[in-house]
Write a protein that binds this ligand. Structure first.
Ligand SMILES: [Zn+2]
Length: 303
């Protein structure tokens, strides 16, 4: 098998302080800690290397004043360019015209397609979301816009029911409780992790975005944040149980801090955790900012 990439993007996850309102300080996260030599994902974690993984605290500020935002942060990850610097500000949550122009110019989804390879966004969106996007009434986020710009289709309810997609909350619970699809199949976090890997194997580049971390960071409680990270820990135990380290790399990263400082309803300027899992992890060993990731992904895919 040629190496492939599974990127697990978490919105609003930074490296914060060892305080009671940081879920990374208080939650029991054995799987995440297995990726960082038992150390908690805090401000002082430093670079951590294990046999399987590499953790690098990554700069989301990128020399631009103001608090990092999703529109420009995601666009930076997916283009490999310092988008806030190029447009003169951190902007979000949705991309503005200047950011969309840069995403149209080039982005990693486009690059993959141009080289005759395949890419997919693994989460399914409900019918009302598709309606909003297709009618132009709602704006896609930067990674969604990048996908659209590359001519790749968004997955939907039918894909989710057939097991060809995952729910944005991993388990599918949100489709039942928030969207009213009371018969939607539910996965355990572990099963969701296994499915993420299985689905990623059908593509050279598979992207999965989880945005609840940012929502809880803006208006959630420490209990909700801790529960969410515990779910993610379960997802990662599923991922690690089936991922072969010689099949490519799994990348966890984020666009800016937020959930690590519960009670402060704004984003933070903290570094974010980037974790690379797989035999080729050292390709990423000199990354420093969010703009450094896409180029290394290109190296992995040979594009
Ligand atoms: Zn936010």
């Amino acid at each position: 098998m040629k190496p492939h990439i599974l990127m697990l993007f978490l919105d609003g996850v930074g490296l914060g302080d060892d305080v009671p309102h940081n879920p990374f300080a208080v939650a029991d996260l054995p799987t995440l800690h297995s990726l960082s030599n038992g150390k908690r994902w805090l401000r002082d974690v430093g670079i951590q290397r294990t046999a399987r993984s590499l953790l690098i605290p990554t700069d989301a500020q990128m020399g631009v004043s103001g608090l990092p935002q999703s529109g420009t942060g995601q666009a930076t990850i997916i283009t490999g360019r310092n988008i806030p610097h190029l447009i003169g500000e951190h902007y979000g949550p949705k991309p503005n015209q200047a950011t969309r122009d840069l995403l149209d110019e080039d982005n990693f989804f486009k690059r993959v397609i141009r080289h005759g390879k395949t890419a997919s966004l693994l989460e399914a969106y409900p019918p009302q979301w598709h309606k909003g996007i297709n009618s132009g009434k709602s704006l896609p986020s930067s990674y969604q816009y990048a996908l659209q710009s590359a001519g790749i289709r968004f997955l939907d309810e039918a894909d989710l029911r057939a097991g060809r997609a995952l729910s944005g909350d991993w388990t599918g619970e949100g489709w039942r409780t928030q969207l009213g699809y009371t018969d939607m199949p539910i996965l355990t976090p572990f099963e969701a992790g296994v499915r993420l890997v299985e689905l990623s194997r059908g593509h050279d580049f598979a992207f999965f975005a989880h945005w609840l971390t940012d929502v809880i960071g803006h208006r959630g409680t420490i209990a909700e944040a801790t529960t969410l990270l515990t779910t993610f820990d379960g997802v990662m135990s599923g991922v690690l149980s089936v991922w072969d380290d010689d099949e490519g790399v799994v990348i966890i990263t984020s666009d800016h801090g937020n959930i690590e400082d519960i009670g402060n309803r704004h984003h933070t300027a903290n570094r974010v955790p980037t974790v690379i899992i797989g035999d080729q992890k050292d390709v990423f060993d000199d990354i420093d900012t969010l703009a450094d990731i896409a180029g290394r992904m290109g190296q992995i895919l040979g594009i």
